[in-house]
Design a protein around this ligand. Structure first.
Ligand SMILES: Nc1ncnc2c1ncn2[C@@H]1O[C@H](COP(=O)(O)OP(=O)(O)OP(=O)(O)O)[C@@H](O)[C@H]1O
Length: 267
């Protein structure tokens, strides 16, 4: 018998219905199931409004599903905990707190004493290249630097799974390419499991070991595409014929979903 490893994160038959029973009811996720294994980099891609953020928030525990279950290493979970951390699109930094305090936030929230977290906070600030900026406030930083603070804060709690909701969408193109490489480096060094939402097929192929493709609402998983390109990946990876083939395949899948969305009049 083939022995399969327990997935780090498993979700079964997730349904999310907003405003259930009301005239403005929205069925956002329908029977969504999946397994994520340690060390995977999963991107979720799908038409706008298909339920990607809903899925991520549900996996984080911020949103309770209408039905379905989530388990971490085989144990069912019912809310947020230290196993998962989110990095938000709009950085979600506290403007009145320094870089250091923003990165320390999750650790303090978990009840850790200041004297015990200092080394860890400084380690993650250094990891994202912000050494020397510990005492700066968010308004003194560029967009790319703010997002690096958000990433350091996510990593600092040392979650088993890092959930990233379009983390680079508010960053300019050049910084974005550099950040993509940086996140991959960190992910490989720190051996993290990442679930990542993006609208960019290029970003998804570059970063992912697997891409999950979602349908128009109610969001369902319609395909999973393994990206068989070895890590570490660099900007040169993008020139590989295989890379371009993956991009075309994903776009062919996605095009069908986007067309369906237009027909439904929701784009
Ligand atoms: N709190 C809420 N109350 C009611 N409806 C909601 C709520 N949050 C999201 N929705 C609806 O649920 C559906 C899925 O939203 P969600 O934000 O998960 O999609 P998405 O795929 O992340 O979208 P985008 O790609 O545009 O960011 C959308 O129709 C959205 O309008």
């Amino acid at each position: 018998m083939v022995k399969t490893k327990t997935p780090i994160l498993k979700f079964d038959n997730l349904n999310v219905i907003y405003n259930e029973g009301q005239p403005n009811q929205v069925h956002a996720l329908k029977n969504v199931s999946g397994e994520i294994h340690e060390g995977e980099f999963i991107s979720i891609i799908g038409p706008s409004g298909c339920g990607k953020s809903t899925l991520l928030h549900t996996l984080d525990g911020l949103l309770k599903p209408t039905s379905g279950t989530i388990s971490i290493n085989g144990s069912e979970v019912h809310g947020p905990d230290e196993n998962r951390a989110m990095v938000f699109q709009d950085f979600a930094l506290m403007p009145w707190q320094t870089v250091y305090d923003n990165v320390a936030f999750g650790l303090r929230l978990a009840g850790k004493k200041d004297k015990n977290i200092r080394d860890k906070v400084l380690h993650y600030i250094k990891m994202v290249g912000l050494e020397g900026f510990e005492h700066k406030y968010p308004h003194q930083l560029s967009g790319g630097m703010k997002q690096r603070v958000g990433i350091a804060r996510g990593f600092a709690v040392e979650p088993k799974v890092l959930l990233m909701d379009e983390p680079f969408s508010a960053i300019d193109e050049q910084t974005r390419e550099i950040m993509q490489e940086e996140v991959l480096k960190i992910m490989l060094n720190e051996k993290k499991t990442v679930i990542f939402i993006t609208h960019s097929i290029d970003e998804a192929v570059f970063l992912s070991s697997k891409i999950i493709l979602m349908s128009v609402r109610p969001g369902q998983i319609v395909d999973e595409i393994k990206i068989d390109i070895p890590y570490p990946r660099t900007l040169e990876t993008k020139a590989l014929p295989k890379y371009q083939e993956y991009k075309q395949t994903i776009w062919d899948h996605l095009k069908g979903e986007v067309r369906r969305q237009y027909k439904k009049g929701e784009a």
